[in-house]
Design a protein around this ligand. Structure first.
Ligand SMILES: [Zn+2]
Length: 194
């Protein structure tokens, strides 16, 4: 679906944001890659909010991929990713993904394609969001009610960072907020009540 001129959203868990050939968080499962290519075209540029496998498993083969600065090793290597997520290399992990050849890293404050990179750490240390035309893709910097009901607490590496990232999102006051898992979007003004 189209959120606004040229900003498309592919629903899923996580949701995927697509602007032109730029794809934020391809998500999972692997065969979602085909759907992504049909929207973004044959030479996608993939931008990741963080290294978690459920956000990158559907990265199309041959895509140009950018990891958030500081998390590039975990994006590139499935072994490093699993070690860091679970503390062991578990073959049977639900979300695993594969090794990914990176084209580069993105840092908060930088611009890439139509997006501005916003630091939103807490869920992971290097977690970033992507902002364009009043739309903020916040990845796992926020969780929907369903996720919180299921897991009780959100997965966080640093609670203080997570809370200041929430403040930053409120301050940024996006017209449309898209989060990784959960409701499609939150309208302006509703955010404070979360
Ligand atoms: Zn995550």
């Amino acid at each position: 679906m189209e959120i606004k001129n040229g900003v498309r959203l592919l629903r899923g868990s996580p949701n995927t944001l697509i602007v032109g050939n730029y794809v934020v968080d391809p998500g999972q499962p692997e065969d979602r890659a085909g759907e992504i290519l049909s929207i973004a075209g044959r030479s996608p540029v993939v931008l990741l909010t963080h290294f978690h496998a459920d956000h990158l498993t559907a990265t199309p083969n041959g895509a140009e991929v950018y990891a958030p600065w500081g998390e590039e090793l975990f994006v590139a290597s499935v072994r490093a990713r699993l070690f860091f997520t679970h503390g062991v290399y578990v073959e049977g992990a639900v979300y695993k993904g594969s090794d990914i050849q990176l084209s580069g890293v993105v840092k908060p404050g930088e611009k890439i394609g139509p997006f501005e990179v916003v630091a939103l750490p807490g869920h992971t240390f290097g977690h970033v969001g992507y902002y364009t035309e009043g739309v903020l893709y916040a990845g796992d910097a926020l969780f929907g009610e369903k996720v919180l009901e299921k897991y009780g607490v959100p997965y966080l590496m640093d609670v203080d960072m997570f809370l200041s990232s929430l403040d930053k999102i409120i301050e940024l006051d996006p017209e449309t907020l898209v989060i990784g898992h959960g409701p499609l979007r939150v309208a302006r003004g509703e955010l404070r009540n979360w």
